[in-house]
Design a protein around this ligand. Structure first.
Ligand SMILES: [Zn+2]
Length: 152
């Protein structure tokens, strides 16, 4: 696999752990958007595009994010431990609120993506320090980001 282009759009909020949105082009042919660069405890890392997991309200069958405590549609109180699964035990590690929509299936590929994306991020960050910096035109998803979307 060849990553032929990386685009980086830095986020405005410097205090946020979300540093940038990225897109990568593979073999000049295929684009994956909405990768994120997140400042972690051990430095920046790349998060794959993901979607929020949802489940259905037992009363009205509407879909709600696993974090929701009340149904968005009918307002019924939802079991706020349901994301924890059977055990209902928060201490049993991180429960899943997100699922990656595109991701590498081996560490070689993951490393390659991470290296290229982080290099492009560094470059863009340097450029951003120059006067008259113009951020690249790039569509970014709605800022619907939770701090806990950090699966590394
Ligand atoms: Zn409902």
């Amino acid at each position: 696999m060849n990553i032929t282009e990386v685009r980086v759009k830095l986020t405005e909020a410097k205090k946020n752990r979300l540093q940038a949105f990225c897109s990568i082009t593979i073999d000049n042919d295929f684009v994956v958007r909405d990768l994120k660069i997140i400042e972690g405890y051990k430095g920046a890392f790349v998060a794959m595009p993901s979607r929020k997991l949802a489940d259905k309200c037992p009363k009205c069958n509407s879909k709600n994010h696993l974090r929701s405590r009340f149904c968005n549609d009918c307002g019924a109180k939802l079991n706020d431990k349901r994301a924890l699964g059977e055990s209902g035990d928060e201490s049993k590690g991180k429960f899943k609120l997100y699922a990656d929509t595109a991701h590498p299936i081996n560490s070689k590929c993951r490393d390659e993506i991470e290296q290229k994306v982080l290099a492009a991020y560094k470059e863009e960050s340097e450029k951003a320090k120059q006067p008259g910096y113009k951020p690249p035109a790039m569509e970014v998803p709605d800022l619907d980001f939770d701090e806990d979307n950090t699966n590394s």
